[in-house]
Write a protein that binds this ligand. Structure first.
Ligand SMILES: CC/C=C\C/C=C\C/C=C\C=C\CC(=O)SCCNC(=O)CCNC(=O)[C@H](O)C(C)(C)COP(=O)(O)OP(=O)(O)OC[C@H]1O[C@@H](n2cnc3c(N)ncnc32)[C@H](O)[C@@H]1OP(=O)(O)O
Length: 177
């Protein structure tokens, strides 16, 4: 995770784990630590974005291949901790979604106060496409953002929306070129 101060009050927080910013336990820990440190340093707002062409590919599936029970438990704790920290942060949080944002990548964006997204990208929770259903707090985030019926349809079908469709249903707030 890298931090660039745009002024004394606003920080750009970039996920920097090539190639796709898959959320490993370490990346989630780094993000949470960064947000907490900025909160402690009188910063007012952050822009969460990526230093590569993918915003975030969701959970690191490689780390979740044949994990020990202990690792799964600590991984899950880190994921919940990151979500709670970002979602409940006192900072004004803006997601600048500058690449694909599937699954937990979408969760990160939806946990922010405002979402801008570049065109020709995709965002959504596609978990059902590979036989999983998103955790309940992902579901609630989606329902709070686009409404319960729309969320139900998107989640059941594991839809990844284009930037334009995401704007149309309120999943994002602005398209930025
Ligand atoms: C503790 C938790 C325990 C259990 C969980 C149980 C219940 C929870 C239920 C569900 C929760 C799910 C949340 C998730 O986030 S799951 C992750 C879902 N993510 C995806 O489906 C995205 C998959 N990736 C893509 O679609 C694409 O890679 C892309 C659009 C993000 C980028 O496309 P590109 O064409 O630019 O890049 P690629 O060539 O496809 O990929 C490059 C490189 O990166 C690897 N990779 C991609 N995604 C992941 C990933 N999520 N984790 C790990 N690695 C990933 C990909 O394999 C390539 O690697 P190689 O270069 O081939 O080595």
């Amino acid at each position: 995770v890298t931090v660039e101060m745009k002024s004394s009050k606003v920080a750009i927080v970039r996920m920097n784990r090539p190639p796709v910013n898959a959320l490993s336990k370490d990346l989630m820990h780094g993000l949470r630590r960064t947000i907490c440190d900025l909160e402690d340093n009188d910063v007012k707002g952050i822009v969460l974005t990526s230093s590569s062409k993918v915003f975030c590919a969701g959970l690191d599936l490689a780390e979740l291949l044949n994990p020990t029970q202990e690792f799964v438990s600590s991984f899950w704790k880190e994921l919940q901790g990151l979500w709670i920290t970002l979602y409940s942060s006192r900072l004004v949080t803006v997601a600048a979604v500058n690449g694909a944002a599937p699954a937990a990548g979408c969760m990160l964006a939806l946990s922010c106060d405002y979402r801008m997204m570049s065109s020709k990208n995709v965002i959504g929770m596609n978990e059902t496409k590979f036989g999983l259903f998103p955790p309940p707090w992902f579901v609630e985030l989606m329902a709070d953002t686009v409404g319960r019926r729309k969320a139900e349809m998107l989640l059941l079908q594991g839809t990844l929306l284009s930037t334009e469709d995401a704007l149309a249903c309120g999943m994002i707030d602005q398209i930025v070129e």
